[in-house]
Design a protein around this ligand. Structure first.
Ligand code: AKB
Length: 313
């Protein structure tokens, strides 16, 4: 029987991943580790802790006989620029603690990298799996370092760690995080609360994106794949859709014609967006472990609106 620890359990990914893992493994076998923001409605096994504290992580792993860690805790791109020291501390020292414990307790690990591992010198369209990684944000630097650490622990110590380069993720269960792609989540709150939204990127800022259900399905599929199928131990390119703010606004306007969107690009966020690819080539993930997305822009827009409407009622 597998016992799963999810760090960063109440963020954008964790809020959907924890219920999916509870369904798959049974609620009593999934331990959600939160630091500050624990929603009142959470049902399941809750553990309190900080990923930077190795001793407390070790206690949790021993106490609950943990076999797998989905290590999601981390700062995003915009949050990272606000506090680079904290971003390095949480994103790198937290990951290193998890990998050390994975080696000692033979744990399987999932860790998310991001399109932020790429930078201005990376090919922008259909970015290949193996390419230039010269990010210009601290978040990106932690993602490249993290990818190399994951590969190192696999090669040197045989730790079964797997990773995906998440694009911008869109979901409604958790409030949007401090990321550059998160305008695509905020916009739905703006739509339903005020019928208007001011986008913090330029209208033509095309970025790779994915609806959260695809991300969760892909994450679980990667972790279910036999080890011999995993040929990438840094992090897999992982893609679904890509769109510009303007394209998302037109999709929303098909359903809400009076919706008003304006564009007021924030220089820091726009610069980050311009340093990232517009689309990503994920053929290696498709070939190795059968990745295939299901959500196109129109389906994602519909599901987001319906889901958020219920949540805001
Ligand atoms: C961000 O915008 O920082 C994240 C990401 C692409 O990793 N959503």
């Amino acid at each position: 029987m597998r016992n799963i620890l999810v760090t960063g359990a109440f963020g954008l990914v964790g809020s959907d991943l924890v219920p999916a893992l509870q369904k798959k493994f049974g609620s009593s076998h999934v331990f959600a580790l939160g630091n500050k923001t624990i929603p009142k409605e959470f049902k399941g096994q809750l553990v309190k802790g900080d990923v930077r504290d190795m001793a407390s992580l070790e206690k949790i792993i021993k106490k609950h006989n943990i076999t797998d860690v989905y290590h999601l805790a981390g700062l995003l791109s915009v949050g990272g620029e606000k506090n680079p020291d904290l971003a390095w501390d949480v994103n790198i020292n937290g990951l290193r603690n998890v990998l050390e414990l994975a080696r000692d307790y033979k744990l399987r690990v999932f860790w998310p990298s991001s399109i932020a591992a790429f930078g201005p010198t990376t090919p922008k369209k259909m970015t290949p799996q193996h390419t230039v990684l010269e990010p210009t944000t601290i978040y990106g630097a932690t993602k490249v370092t993290g990818e190399l650490l994951c590969q190192y622990y696999f090669v040197r110590w045989g730790v079964d760690v797997r990773s995906l380069r998440y694009p911008g993720l869109i979901g409604y269960k958790a409030p949007p995080g401090d990321g550059t792609t998160e305008y695509s989540v905020h916009i739905f709150y703006g739509l339903l609360k005020e019928n208007r939204y001011s986008v913090f990127l330029k209208a033509d800022a095309r970025l790779p994106m994915m609806y959260i259900d695809d991300a969760i399905r892909g994450t679980i599929k990667l972790m279910d794949a036999p080890s011999k199928k995993i040929t990438v131990r840094t992090s897999y390119n992982f893609a679904a859709i890509n769109f510009t703010p303007k394209e998302l606004v037109s999709e929303i306007k098909k359903l809400y014609p009076t919706f008003v969107a304006t564009y007021d690009p924030d220089p820091v966020k726009q610069k980050i967006a311009e340093s990232w690819p517009q689309s990503v080539d994920d053929r290696v993930a498709r070939k190795d472990w059968g990745w295939k997305p299901e959500f196109v822009l129109s389906k994602m827009t519909n599901v987001m609106i319906e889901g958020l409407k219920k949540k805001l009622q």
